[in-house]
Design a protein around this ligand. Structure first.
Ligand SMILES: [Zn+2]
Length: 322
């Protein structure tokens, strides 16, 4: 049997190309040079869900990033997840739920105000054929900028002009409190000023809800504190199907599902964040629930399984029909 080496293979294909009269350098189809729309549709019972990609931010991190693990372990975890050594891959996926009666958006993306590699929500909404003005309800999981900035455009105009904006009361109470802002260290002041920029002039359209509230028929909220004091997740039910919308219960699963005990610098109460993460992940794994996470790789939905040391995220298979 002849042995095929890379050299003979290349020589062979070059000879074949020459024989066919083709110039191996000149491609007949120019590269597209741009990405396709970031849209994924699936169903929960009769509800149609549309995952919309806002983009990704490679968040620079330092040895302070994980409070309770040696940095060498963190670097190892990033390498295991094929991430750059000093950056956490942070994708953003928002979710539109069409219940048949209400069009509900859960979290609003970065509004193009966090990284040039994110801010595609409105483009993807349009590509999905969804008019932002048709949204009846916008539900916010918590007040970090990557979840609320998309409420407005860069000129402070409201994007979802006809929607009721529903926010966890505990988030409002924490971030809009002047005493909390004044007590915060200098580097955290912006995190308090930003929700004021977003909400102050539209406060009359904002409804504050308590965990347990049904923000739309079939969409229940659930307290998930730790990441922020009022961080809230949703469970969506239609027919005999359900979906747990985890928000920022964990960031990228290749790091935080595998290391559920890790307390990141952006978790305001690290112990509570870990307890919430394990409680929700245990439930999702035991009940084999479909879950989606705001910072999970697009389309951000799949299942969680329990492993010896943590959890692993198994992404959904792309379906041609929702
Ligand atoms: Zn986030």
């Amino acid at each position: 049997m002849p042995i095929v080496t890379r050299r003979t293979l290349l020589a062979g294909s070059a000879a074949a190309a020459l024989a066919a009269g083709a110039d191996p350098i000149a491609a007949t189809t120019p590269p597209a040079g741009k990405q396709t729309a970031g849209i994924y549709r699936y169903k929960i019972g009769t509800f149609e869900l549309t995952a919309l990609y806002d983009g990704i931010w490679y968040r620079p991190i330092t040895d302070k990033f994980i409070r309770n693990a040696p940095f060498a372990e963190v670097e190892h975890a990033l390498a295991d997840a094929f991430m750059p050594a000093d950056k956490l891959a942070t994708p953003f996926t928002t979710l539109v739920v069409n219940t048949g009666r209400k069009l509900v958006l859960i979290d609003t993306g970065t509004g193009g105000q966090i990284a040039p590699s994110a801010g595609a929500l409105r483009r993807n909404l349009a590509a999905a054929g969804i008019d932002a003005k048709a949204a009846d309800v916008v539900v916010i999981s918590h007040f970090h900028p990557d979840h609320i900035n998309g409420i407005k455009d860069k000129d402070n105009g409201v994007v979802f002009a006809n929607a009721e904006i529903m926010v966890p009361a505990a988030e409002w109470n924490f971030w809009m409190d002047d005493a909390n802002m004044n007590a915060a260290p200098a580097e955290q002041k912006l995190a308090f000023r930003n929700p004021r920029r977003i909400f102050s002039d539209i406060a009359r359209r904002v409804t504050r809800f308590q965990p347990g509230a049904e923000v739309a028929p079939g969409i229940l909220t659930l307290a998930a504190p730790g990441h922020t004091p009022g961080h809230t997740v949703c469970s969506i039910h239609s027919g005999d199907q359900s979906l747990l919308v985890l928000g920022d219960t964990a960031q990228h699963p290749a790091v935080f599902a595998r290391h559920p005990d890790w307390q990141a610098a952006f978790d305001i109460d690290g112990d509570a964040a870990v307890a919430t993460r394990k409680k929700l992940f245990d439930r999702a794994a035991a009940d084999r629930m479909l879950v989606t996470g705001y910072h999970f790789p697009f389309p951000a939905c799949g299942h969680l399984i329990k492993t010896a040391s943590g959890y692993e995220h198994i992404p959904v298979e792309w379906q041609l029909v929702p």
